[in-house]
Each structure stands twice: as C-alpha cells, then as structure tokens.
Design a protein. Structure first.
Length: 200
C-alpha cells in the first residue's frame, strides 16, 4: 500500500510502562498519578485537563533527571524494530511533553508529534497540548493512507481520522470506545508488526 503512514501512540503502546506514573515514583506520588492516569485512559477525565494536572505534579523533578528516567523506560522491541526499518513512513503521536520524551524521540529516529514546552532557566514550561486529530490530519498529504495504533481513550480522535485503526492490547486492555472503532486488535508487538507488514 504505497504511501501509507503508520502513526503510533507512545505510552502503553511503544513503551511497555506508562511514562508519567514512572516519573511519579521519583516523588512518591505513584498513587495519585496512577489514579489520574487510569481516569484519563478510560476517558473519565479529559486528556488536556489531566495532562495539566500531571504536569504540575511532576514539574519539580529536574529535567536532567526526567530524561534519565525516560531513557530507561522499556520499549517494545518488535515495534521499535519496525519503526527503525520504516522510519520514513512512521511517526509517533503522543500527548506527552517534548522536553521529557526527547530521549525516546532520538532513540526511535522518526517524526514525533507531541505537546510542546519552552525552557525557562533550563526547566520546561507547558505550552500547547497536542491535538491528536489535528496531528493525524496533517499526515494526509498526496492521498497517503494512515494506519493508527493506540490503546487509550485519548487515541479516539486519531482513530477517527485514520483509514485503519489498530487497538493494541499488549500493555492495557484497550478503552472500550476505542476498541469499538478499531478495525483490528493486536495482543503482542510481534502480532502487531506482522499485521503492519500487510500495509507496506
């Protein structure tokens, strides 16, 4: 399928652990962050409102330490391999913050669409929170088809803009509303990548 874009969610899709709860361990706020994350994943709490709250909880961690922690977050090896082999046709669409996830963007080597920040005295100040629908629409150049992969409620706008949506159940059970929109469901990174190969 010439010209297909593969758009991946990051947390709980490419990463085998959620990044923000992992950062919260640094401050002893696992319980609070876990609750906010669960409410966001299932759509009870709007992503933008949730992300602002979670940013406020985590902003006291120095950026250098955040990047050390994020660098150690495990990635699915099959998805990582697929993205590296097809980096010109893959991207990551995530609401996470550019300054925090920079090590993963460097590691994966593909375009990232994410929430933005500016640095003040070397630390990030939250800027624009990503609109996943808008980011997905921006991929549709020259009639390109779009295959999206995700698992949470905030991936629904991405799925609605895509030609094909694949719910990923390797880390979490996909949000029911997302699963209802999906054309396929994959349960492991290996199974997902076999499916993606059919769209090349």
């Amino acid at each position: 399928m010439p010209g297909t874009w593969f758009a991946f969610d990051l947390d709980g899709t490419i990463t085998t652990r959620e990044i923000l709860p992992t950062l919260a361990c640094e401050l002893g706020l696992e319980e609070e962050m876990g609750l906010l994350t669960r409410l966001t994943l299932d759509g009870t709490l709007d992503f933008a409102a949730s992300f602002r709250l979670r940013f406020q909880l985590l902003r006291s961690i120095p950026l250098t330490r955040v990047r050390e922690i994020v660098s150690a977050v495990p990635l699915d090896p099959d998805m990582t391999g697929f993205i590296k082999r097809h980096s010109a046709r893959c991207c990551v669409i995530t609401g996470n913050l550019d300054a925090w996830i920079a090590p993963l963007a460097e590691q994966l080597g593909c375009p990232f669409f994410c929430s933005t920040s500016t640095l003040y005295a070397g630390e990030p100040v939250l800027g624009r929170i990503l609109d996943k629908a808008e980011a997905t629409r921006s991929l549709r150049r020259n009639g390109r088809r779009i295959v999206c992969i995700g698992e949470s409620h905030n991936d629904i706008p991405m799925f609605r803009e895509a030609d094909t949506g694949i719910a990923y159940a390797g880390v979490h059970s996909p949000a029911p509303a997302l699963a209802a929109l999906a054309h396929h469901t994959a349960y492991t990174g290996e199974e997902l990548c076999r499916l993606l190969e059919e769209f090349l």
